[in-house]
Design a protein around this ligand. Sequence first.
Ligand code: FPP
Length: 229
Amino acid sequence: MQHIAIIMDGNGRWAKERGLPRAQGHRAGAESVREVMEACKELGVKYLTLYAFSSENWSRPEAEIKALMALLDRFLDEKGKELDKQNVRLQAIGQIDRLPKSTRDRLTKIQERTKNNDSMTLVLALSYGSREEITASARSIAEAALAGEITLDEITPELFSKHLYTSEIPDPDLLIRTSGEMRISNFLLWQISYSEIVIVKKMWPDFRQGDLFAAVEEYKTRHRRFGAL
Ligand code: FPP
């Protein structure tokens, strides 16, 4: 098990159930992020990818977008040094140039500071959409072909993968989605071709270390069955 990817869903519903504003749900969700990172380190997982902000999330109310970006900035401020101390590398995938400058600057700084760390890589999917990513890959391959740098025969799945944001990241072994929804929501469509999917009923702010360990156990039982065939 090298790579776990998570669709962190249900912050809004978690808050609503408690009569709280949605931003409170996101704040509680940031706690789950901290816990899950610890759990993954403990398990020796090499890559953890979190769907923190989708391309579609830009159509949410301005105030909610602001609250999410502020949370992210705070997370980066608080975690920046700690990630480095824990030998964790930070990467970001998505249309990063659409993010506010304050967030981009923080990301650049921490990515630079942690680029040689090798215990684990935390990948934040920000302003991320899989169709946009695949389209951009197709476009850059077409450009290379038009420029005569590659022939059509050279366009293979391997080449295609190299043009995605995730070119340096192995495909996820396990995809987890919380809140019980059975959807992929434009997340890593290409990369999850062979991933095991575990859907957890709990809302993201209720997802704790034990829930991650349980999902990994579920993955292992499926994997063993596959190996026996
Ligand atoms: C989905 O819940 C969650 C998000 C859109 C954002 C996820 C962000 C965080 C967990 C916090 C910040 C992230 C980091 C990395 C510190 P939803 O709002 O779609 O919930 P709903 O479906 O119940 O409305």
